[in-house]
Design a protein around this ligand. Structure first.
Ligand code: CMC
Length: 427
């Protein structure tokens, strides 16, 4: 029998259906609350609000479980490649070899951008942050591609998806090339998706391009770990923007801006900067632990804590192991890895962190790997965006196919009551 929730306000009782998910999560459907009881729910930061029903990603923050379409993140990180995971997230099933080959061939067909885009990139100062440039360029893509997708046509939808998957790595690589004063380039059809991305980022003029397999494998794994994370800030942004029927590229451009902030994807850059700061300060982790706990001090331990995980972020576990392996394979000795491990150990034993269930998150160790792979700090969040792209696409597609209504929260107004207008001379 389906469950019902009863809400009592001033002695009056109202009943609402309880929706149950496939993993037995429960949500009270309060759609009719205001119409029936004259009240709304208030939930700053949507800490306890489900914005949709979704079949893409399952996350259990108490137990530290993350699954894409039912497959554990551990299995996917070990056995799948990024493009397979992208297909899985977007279309719901792992692709057959034929489907995967076609998917990649179609993406490759779309792996150029209009030459005019170069002029737009040219207009940015070299000092511009790559995330700002990437968001702007993604938005600029709309000028050269139809801005809306006929979501009722599977073909139109598919075309928009392979277009963004083809063009996005080009734009991401160009943001780095611009910074490094390197000529803008394109990929090589004979390379895989991730190797191609790496080539576009790092290829030097006049030099033949070579990369170690370990580097590509590590990058592939990192992209998989970032590929989706249900209704986080940037994904909710993508869905919210898309809910007004704005196009896919416009929605993704907005998602990039949301991801940029240091409380979200920007944390990977902030973590390395914090670890560097601790190193330069003499490596006294206790001092920074004290700062993080001091409510008068705005300093937070970046890479720690999560809105949903109240246990180890399973991605952080995989990344920590991977950081050890990658650094050993590449023969890199990075002193900030030791500082990171020291901080983690202290935080896990510290009452403040224990009480608040603050554990290392995905961003705590990822920057150390990115750095070992030769990726500059300012590009870390761009790498996150590259990984998150399939998730944004999958969520946008699901939202449109489910014909979700426009996202439009309510508020409790706390401003002035009606006031009389006075002309400027009389104020
Ligand atoms: N350092 C010190 N204290 C912290 C931290 C931290 N990193 N994170 C949370 N707290 C404290 C916070 O001060 C609060 O304490 P109190 O209850 O005494 O007021 C309590 O823990 C709960 O924190 P909150 O800010 O209410 O929790 P939230 O769910 O709103 O925020 C968070 C989650 C991820 C924004 C936050 O933990 C944070 O700012 N972490 C550092 C930034 C970071 O690593 N972000 C990456 C998140 S994972 C990847 C992603 O989303 O992109």
């Amino acid at each position: 029998m389906s469950k019902v929730a009863t809400i009592e306000i001033d002695g009056e009782k109202y009943e609402f259906p309880v929706v149950e998910g496939t993993e037995n999560e429960l949500g009270i459907d309060i759609k009719k609350l205001r119409a029936e009881a004259g009240v709304i729910t208030l939930d700053r930061g949507y800490k306890n609000t489900g914005s949709c029903e979704s079949a893409i990603t399952f996350l259990n923050g108490e137990e530290g479980i993350l699954r894409y379409r039912g497959y554990s993140i551990e299995a996917l990180a070990e056995k799948a490649d990024f493009l397979e995971v992208a297909y899985l997230l977007i279309f719901g099933e792992l692709p057959t070899k034929t489907q995967l080959d076609k998917f990649y061939a179609d993406i490759k067909e779309e792996s150029t951008v209009d030459e005019e885009m170069k002029k737009i990139l040219d207009g940015f100062p070299k000092s511009a942050h790559p995330m700002g440039v990437l968001s702007s360029l993604t938005s600029a893509l709309i000028a050269f591609n139809p801005s809306s997708v006929n979501v009722d046509s599977a073909e139109d939808m598919y075309k928009a998806i392979v277009k963004i998957l083809g063009k996005f790595p080009v734009l991401a690589a160009w943001t780095l090339r611009k910074k490094n004063s390197l000529p803008l380039n394109y990929g090589d059809d004979s390379l895989g998706y991730v190797e191609n991305l790496h080539k576009m980022m790092f290829e030097k003029p006049g030099k033949s391009y070579k990369v170690d397999k370990e580097v590509i494998d590590a990058l592939d794994k990192l992209l998989i770990l970032h590929a989706d994370h249900e209704q986080n800030c940037s994904t909710s942004t993508v869905r919210m923007v898309g809910s007004s029927h704005a196009g896919l590229f416009a929605s993704i451009s907005a998602g990039i801006s949301a991801l940029w902030g240091p409380l979200h994807g920007g944390a990977n850059q902030a973590v390395i900067e914090m670890l560097e700061r601790i190193k330069e300060d003499g490596g006294d982790t206790k001092k920074f632990m004290a700062k993080a706990k001091d409510k008068e001090d705005p300093f937070r331990l970046m890479g720690f804590g999560h809105r949903v995980y109240k246990n180890f972020d399973p991605r952080a576990k995989i990344i920590k192991k991977s950081a050890d392996e990658v650094l050993a394979q590449l023969g890199v000795d990075d002193p900030v890895l030791d500082i990171a491990k020291g901080l983690e150990k202290e935080a896990l034993e510290d009452q403040y962190f224990v009480d608040r269930k603050l554990y290392p998150n995905v961003d705590f160790y990822s920057g150390i790997i990115y750095r070992a792979l030769g990726i500059p700090v300012e590009m870390f969040t761009v790498m996150f965006a590259l990984g998150r792209l399939p998730g944004w696409i999958a969520q946008w597609r699901e939202m449109r196919l489910m014909k979700e209504p426009i996202g439009r929260p309510r508020q409790i107004y706390t401003g002035a009551n009606l006031r009389e207008f006075k002309e400027v001379e009389k104020r």
